[in-house]
Design a protein around this ligand. Structure first.
Ligand code: CO
Length: 134
């Protein structure tokens, strides 16, 4: 069911500073910031030859990463995103296996204009998993 690793996401307290650090210290190719109000985050992507890194900053009230950053004030690894071919089939299979899908279980449109879902970290060894249909 799982395809490629699409990205690893890191929550950061200051997106501009983190982007600048990746650009200048690490010599990375960083996209412009993209606000995703429906997800409560602003993101940039760092393009690597084999995958991407997503940097996330809270956007608006009640951002889902605000609590994470209050526990991890300097930032930290937040989720991994795996590609799937059919997100509804993946969701139904996971539910049948007893995994919890976050939110109302309906895919939302993610940063790449493709449907995404998140799976409960307690069901996956403490790792928040994002699935993206490609
Ligand atoms: Co992501």
């Amino acid at each position: 069911m799982l395809g490629r690793l699409n990205h690893v996401a890191i929550a950061v307290p200051d997106l501009a500073a983190a982007s600048a650090q990746y650009r200048t210290m690490l010599g990375a190719d960083v996209t412009d910031p993209q606000a995703l109000p429906e997800h409560g985050v602003t993101v940039v992507f760092i393009k690597l030859p084999n995958t991407k890194i997503e940097l996330l900053e809270p956007l608006g009230e009640g951002s889902p990463i605000a609590a994470f950053l209050s526990k991890n004030p300097s930032g930290g690894m937040h989720h991994v995103c795996y590609e799937v071919e059919d997100i509804l089939a993946a969701r139904d299979r996971l539910r049948n296996e007893g995994a919890r899908v976050l939110g109302d279980g309906e895919p939302k449109i993610g940063a790449h204009n493709k449907p995404v879902l998140f799976l409960h970290p307690k069901d996956f060894n403490g790792t928040l998993i994002e699935l993206e249909q490609v």
